[in-house]
Design a protein around this ligand. Structure first.
Ligand code: TXA
Ligand code: MG
Length: 315
């Protein structure tokens, strides 16, 4: 069974991680499935616990820039982004340094490394206590919806990891923005908690990912984040045998409704998204109907996850 640890037991979480065990921990985006990123066995165990294909690289978490600098090449663009958005929901893909101590498995054999400094106070405290970088993909089984509470983590991974550190519900609720700076032109590999508009205020125009980027970021184009029920996007009507994921005043007539934000607030909607999908994913419904959500700000990341979910489950 997976141990449930409170904030007061953070030292126990840190010592498990130092010993090579897997511990899920809260970040401001979603819960991460953490392991010592410098330990090949711990990193291999992360892939096994998630059922994740080992060609899909992991994000490595650090407390701050000083801990990240020895691991990868930071140019001026990377430093500008770090100054503005770290700690926070932004992941940078950079060239691995020659002396990089991170397991090659975490990079899935690529010459690049995905790095992020999470803002959640418990993630910060844990990284400082472990004093090693932590590889941490979202703490769900591969292809499933990311967890935003410790209960979700236990639902997904009970018995497959040593412990989960409880930090309450995640504030942002959607995964980090992933931007590739390992080449001359920045590429937005995954929309997320830092909206494109904010990224572009630092970098200028940023290209979106294309099929050509798939080989460098294998996770990007997978079917992903999917509940078992089919999703019907941009719904303008809803049937009694369907569940409704509402945004703003809800459509009438659904079998059940969860409102992402009755006030049309995209920050609130992102924070509620994954818990809402879990709540509505019940066998008594034929589908989950989703009301339209604007494509601006965090709406782009919300719609990205919903479009992937609508493509169905990978396994
Ligand atoms: O908010 C988040 O980013 C959460 C929390 C726990 O930090 N983590 C997360 O990790 O969402 P994961 O593994 O579920 O998603 C990481 C994404 C994957 O799509 C992966 O393909 C991509 O980042 N990625 C990781 N390393 C990469 C690399 N070196 N080059 C390109 N893409 C990379
Ligand atoms: Mg994930």
């Amino acid at each position: 069974m997976t141990e449930r640890l409170s904030a007061a037991q953070l030292d126990r979480a840190a010592s498990l991680l130092r010993d090579g065990a897997l511990v899920a921990f809260p970040t401001e985006t979603v819960y991460g499935l953490g392991g010592d990123a410098t330990n090949d066995r711990a990193v291999a165990a992360i892939f096994a616990a998630k059922g994740r294909p080992n060609f899909n690289p992991l994000i490595v978490h650090v407390a701050e820039l000083a801990a990240a600098e020895p691991l990868a090449t930071f140019d001026d663009r990377a430093r500008d982004l770090v100054r503005r958005f770290w700690p926070g929901p932004l992941t940078l893909v950079l060239k691995r340094s020659t002396a990089c101590s991170i397991s090659r498995l975490a990079s899935a054999g690529l010459e690049t490394l995905a790095l992020r400094a999470p803002a959640h106070p418990q993630a910060q405290a844990l990284l400082r206590a472990v004093r090693r970088p932590l590889a941490a993909p979202s703490a769900n089984r591969s292809g499933h919806v990311s967890p935003t509470t410790s209960d979700h983590v236990v639902d997904e991974l009970d018995g497959r990891i040593a412990a989960v550190l409880d930090g309450g519900p995640c504030r942002v609720g959607i995964e980090s923005t992933v931007v590739d700076l390992s080449q001359p032109h920045a590429v937005l590999l995954r929309p997320g908690g830092v909206p494109r508009e904010q990224l572009e205020s630092v970098l200028g125009l940023v290209a979106g990912a294309t099929d050509a980027d798939a080989s460098r970021s294998p996770g990007m184009f997978e079917r992903h984040y999917a509940p078992a029920r089919p999703l019907r996007l941009n719904a303008t009507t809803v049937a009694p045998d369907e569940a409704l994921l509402a945004f703003g005043p809800p459509l009438p007539g659904a079998g059940a409704t969860v409102n992402l934000s009755s006030a049309h607030n995209l920050t609130e909607a992102a924070a509620n998204l994954f818990a809402a999908l879990r709540t509505l994913d019940q066998p008594r419904f034929t589908a989950i109907a989703v009301m339209p959500i604007p494509e601006t700000g965090l709406g782009a990341a919300i719609n990205d996850r919903l479009r992937r979910a609508a493509r169905g489950r990978a396994n």
